[in-house]
Design a binder for this molecule. Structure first.
Ligand code: BGC
Length: 741
């Protein structure tokens, strides 16, 4: 990490010297002010923002998105506060600032880390031009329960893919070092285990044994530290009965002690104050003490540190050394970011940066590479551009909000190209009719809906919904080909957006059945932020494209794929369960005494198999591929050494296309039971007709070892392994490998 942060022109020693000079002249109140991240939303502000900043009472501001306001507040900080320390402006820029990219779950579906890196570089350039310094991303929580709404913000269920996407996003946001021009500081969140909330219910407690944490939930976070991430965010929920924001094991022992992280930790919003609500801390004073001692340096929006830390120092519960240790990394970041030299943003810059054509091009390319073809019976896709009469049906088909997806940037107005617009642009001479059908909405609103004008619209009456339904069927009846655009609205996945079912919300499936019953060719395009249980569609709709929430250029990208200008090559980063009640469902489960392959297999449920509807790693193409010739360079490898594994991939079909070659392992016996499959390598390759490439993966101690529950430490067992290579997690091409001493 130090290597990365020290290449920005300032040496570690220079940064340290400047920080010590500041620490030497700051009062205790000012130091505590640096720990305070103050929320700019009117209902969170007690005293006026300016008043707090003038006294040196805030180190950072969030929930404001206004360049002029940034400059005005910064002026107060650098001209009127006692030590004139500039503010850090922070916001959630999760998948784009103005140019919106596919949601992170979609970017993970590209299985191409460069997609995520390039997207976040564009997001950073726009955000920095607007005057932001710091984004609360990437979200690195492994999510194996599709009911959990925040699955949309991460890279899915797998630690290996998750780690690759984590590092790529950190590089994209931050560039080569913290403080690089046109970039922002990243924040690895939410440390740790948030995705394993009981029942997929957001914020609920998490119980994860250390082996699960270390083998599954930590790897993306460790990868972010290795990539030089500047900050971390502690999670909300209880982890094994200790809230993550008061959790010394996470924040001190692992993050700083083992991984050597030298940046700073911000709490999640209100999480320091919530230590009281969660029944952990006695009162605000106790919460401040326990969060700071556990390793939370900055209090996001709860104002608990500002109110209580000085008292804790005065009565000797905390020492000045404790305070200085926590303030140093915050000041160091401000020094590295060059804020003392250039605290202000150029108010004319955002418009120039946003207008750069390459931003839209990157967004379109990212969306194209993120989409996953789930079904294409009889080669219905690609559709002919000579079509004259197309119907586009569904509540999301012309929704800019659903196309941009969850985690909209504060104050941003969605401006995406919708699927209807994309198809109309692709077929300028054709009749493209659109009918939304009945609207869809959440049964229970969330607090966030207060910020979402769409969610506050008066709901349709059942009679209006019926008219919309019949209009949609009639529109479909008069077309030659029907594109149904169904799924979830933007507010149906994300924070406070968990659900018990994974079915298509509202009357969407009923509408789909009515349209399919017309007997015409139907293509289903899904816009959604989580796996959906689309069992009926999977058997009855000939072509299904998982487009996720594809961002500003989403409609164009969908049309590019539907009409064959782009051949889809994305793969699922999560398992699609047949039912919501099958969650959590993921591929890397342990074997049992009654495995599916056994003649004594006993069904897990008597009301239907819990096998995936679509497995992890799955995705089709307009061409076909064969993966052959799996070779392990040597039948044996010594503990501590690496062995090369190769496989050939050939495009055996009619057009150029992309395949993602995936490598899975299974340790057959040893100190612990190990998952029946674990991804340990992948590569997305583009192949011309008939072209063949050899892909090479390395299996070394990092891939072949694991955290052992039996031994209480990292081990690499000398044992036999299965190796598979293929196009998804059900790959059958097999080889053996023995690890020996
Ligand atoms: C979310 C975080 C987010 C923060 C600031 C919280 O509610 O959990 O992911 O970064 O708000 O907006």
């Amino acid at each position: 990490m130090d290597v990365k942060t020290s290449t920005g022109g300032l040496s570690e020693a220079e940064v340290a010297a400047r920080v010590e000079a500041l620490v030497g002249r700051m009062s205790l109140e000012e130091k505590i002010g640096q720990f305070t991240q103050i929320g700019g939303l009117s209902f969170f502000i007690g005293p006026k923002l300016e008043e707090v900043i003038r006294k040196g009472g805030a180190g950072s501001v969030l929930w404001i998105n206004d360049t002029e306001r940034f400059n005005a507040l910064q002026k107060v900080a650098v001209e009127e506060s006692p030590s004139k320390i500039p503010l850090l402006f922070a916001l959630d820029v999760i998948h784009g600032y103005r140019t919106i990219f596919p949601v992170p779950l979609a970017m993970a579906s590209s299985w191409d880390p460069s997609v995520a890196e390039r997207a976040q570089a564009v997001a950073a350039r726009e955000a920095r031009a607007a005057g932001l310094h710091w984004t609360f991303g990437p979200m690195l929580d492994i999510a194996r329960d599709a009911r959990w709404g925040r699955i949309v913000e991460g890279a899915g269920e797998d630690p290996f893919l998750g780690a690759a996407m984590a590092a790529a996003q950190v590089r994209g946001f931050q560039g080569p070092y913290v403080g690089a021009p046109d970039r922002v500081v990243a924040c690895a969140k939410h440390f740790a285990g948030y995705g394993a909330a009981d029942g997929g219910r957001d914020y609920d407690p998490v119980y994860l044994p250390e082996g699960q944490l270390r083998n599954v939930y930590f790897p993306p976070f460790e990868a972010a530290v290795k990539a030089g991430v500047g900050t971390f965010m502690s999670a909300y929920m209880d982890l094994n009965d200790v809230p993550a924001s008061g959790n010394r094991f996470l924040l001190r022992d692992v993050l700083r002690g083992e991984w050597g992280f030298t940046g700073f930790v911000v709490s999640d919003a209100m999480a320091v104050g919530s230590l009281v609500t969660q029944g952990f801390a006695r009162d605000g004073r106790d919460a401040a003490f326990r969060a700071l001692s556990a390793g939370v340096d900055m209090d996001m929006a709860s104002d608990t540190y500002r109110q209580h830390l000085a008292g804790l120092v005065e009565d000797g519960t905390l020492t000045l050394d404790d305070i200085d240790a926590a303030v140093r990394p915050i000041l160091a970041l401000k020094v590295r970011m060059g804020l003392f030299e250039q605290p202000y943003a150029d108010e004319s810059r955002l418009a120039q940066v946003v207008a750069l054509p390459e931003h839209r091009e990157e967004a379109r390319r990212a969306a194209q590479r993120s989409m996953v073809l789930l079904r294409n019976e009889g080669g219905l896709l690609p559709l002919a551009k000579s079509l004259k009469n197309v119907a586009v049906i569904g509540p999301l088909a012309d929704s800019k909000e659903a196309t941009e997806g969850s985690w909209m940037v504060f104050g941003h107005t969605p401006a995406a190209v919708t699927v209807v617009e994309g198809i109309r642009a692709k077929l300028p001479g054709a009749k493209v009719e659109y009918a939304p059908g009945p609207e869809i909405r959440r049964d229970v609103v969330s607090w966030f809906d207060a910020l979402n004008p769409d969610a506050r619209k008066v709901p349709q009456t059942p009679e209006q919904a019926e008219v919309a339904f019949q209009t949609a069927v009639a529109t479909a009846r008069s077309a030659d080909v029907i594109v149904m655009v169904l799924g979830e609205h933007a507010d149906m996945a994300g924070e406070a957006a968990s659900r018990a079912s994974l079915n298509l919300p509202g009357r969407q499936e009923e509408l789909l059945k009515a349209v399919v019953a017309l007997g015409k060719p139907v293509v289903l395009v899904l816009l959604n932020g989580r796996p959906l249980s689309i069992g009926w569609a999977a058997e009855n709709v000939p072509a299904i494209l998982e487009a996720w929430e594809p961002g500003s250029e989403g409609g164009h990208a969908v049309a590019d794929i539907l009409f064959g200008d782009v051949n889809p090559g994305g793969k699922l980063p999560v398992t699609f369960p047949r039912k919501g009640s099958h969650a959590p469902l993921y591929y890397a489960r342990n074997l049992t005494h009654s495995p599916e392959s056994s003649p004594m297999y006993n069904p897990r449920y008597w009301d239907g198999p819990p096998t995936p509807l679509y497995p992890f790693g799955f995705g089709l193409s307009y061409t076909t591929f064969s993966i052959t010739n799996l070779q392990v360079a040597a039948p044996q490898v010594k503990v501590g050494s690496a062995v090369a594994v190769t496989a050939d991939v050939t495009n055996t079909g009619p057009v150029v296309g992309d395949e993602v070659v995936q490598l899975y392992i299974h340790q057959k016996a040893g100190s612990d039971s190990r998952p029946m499959r674990e991804l340990k390598g992948f590569e997305r390759v583009t192949l011309k007709l008939g072209e063949k490439k050899t892909v090479t993966f390395l299996l070394g101690p990092a891939e072949l070892g694991h955290w052992s529950t039996s031994a209480g430490k990292w081990v690499q067992d000398a044992e036999a392994f299965d190796i598979w290579a293929g196009a998804d997690s059900l790959a059958t091409l097999h080889a053996d490998l023995a690890v020996v001493r």
